[in-house]
Design a protein around this ligand. Structure first.
Ligand code: SAH
Length: 245
């Protein structure tokens, strides 16, 4: 589990976000992974307006109520959209340059906080984890820790909206069968590393989780899970709420 914050010299995505905010353009934000070929994140997409967001994200923002936590908020696109709707939101991110950018863009509450920091115990009615938000959990083995954290910071009756994708399509053979090594690590556990200009970040774990596996772990931790909406490509939005006793 990652409990730390980034420093500005190891914050490639934050540097890209800060550049784009200042100049209206950015260089390539490169993404490396042992899973995929080298790829690129279009920095402009991190600045999407409500109208430009995928349907799953729009739904999550519309359903969010009460005091909202935007977890891993990046450029603050979701927080700004929520503020425009008149909703109360706090944005957190481990990236110093992203937090600075959010403050400049008018996000009223933006702080450099790691979700898993033991000192972070503020309470929320809605917790948003968007843009493959399950990624922040890192590995399947951390699911129980994640749900414990959620229990600490959710108000009674509160819930989490999380989007993710089922990566099974990466393992599909031509005949439609799926070649996944069931004895190996869970197939949604991916490693990433990013680079922007000369700034290279540390490698990090990112978890993609299929709905059934999410449900299994959530239920074991006392959460109910609902499939709210499915996207176009193995992606979905889930609502996780705590069963009240
Ligand atoms: N939600 C934004 C950004 C997604 S990228 C959007 O949809 O555009 C994921 C973000 O999560 C990055 O900005 C990264 O710095 C942040 N992050 C990763 N681990 C985190 C953690 N443990 N706590 C808080 N933020 C985290």
């Amino acid at each position: 589990m990652n409990y730390s914050l980034l420093s500005p010299d190891k914050d490639p995505m934050g540097a890209a976000i800060a550049d784009y905010q200042k100049r209206g353009k950015a260089s390539k934000l490169r993404v490396f992974s042992s899973f995929f070929d080298e790829d690129e994140i279009p920095v402009s997409q991190l600045f999407r307006s409500f109208g430009e967001m995928p349907p799953l994200e729009k739904t999550a923002l519309q359903l969010a109520t009460g005091k909202i936590l935007d977890c891993g908020a990046g450029s603050g696109c979701h927080s700004l959209a929520l503020q425009n709707m008149g909703k109360e939101v706090k944005a957190i991110d481990i990236s110093p340059l992203s937090v600075e950018t959010m403050q400049r863009r008018g996000v009223k509450q933006a702080s450099q906080i790691n979700l898993f920091d033991n000192h972070f115990i503020e309470k929320f009615d809605t917790i948003l984890m968007l843009m493959n938000g399950s990624g922040i959990i890192g590995k399947l083995a951390y699911m129980p820790l994640f749900f414990n954290k959620m229990k600490q910071i959710l108000n009674p009756g509160g819930c989490i909206y999380m989007d993710s994708s089922d990566l099974r399509y990466l393992f599909e053979e031509e005949d439609g069968s799926i070649a996944i090594d069931l004895a190996g690590d869970y197939y949604g556990e991916v490693d990433f590393q990013m680079q922007y200009k000369q700034i290279k970040g540390e490698p990090f774990d990112w978890l993609y989780i299929d709905f059934q596996t999410l449900k299994l772990y959530a239920t074991q931790s006392g959460f109910t899970v609902e499939l709210i909406e499915e996207g176009e490509h193995y992606d979905y939005l889930a609502r996780l709420s705590l069963l009240s006793d």
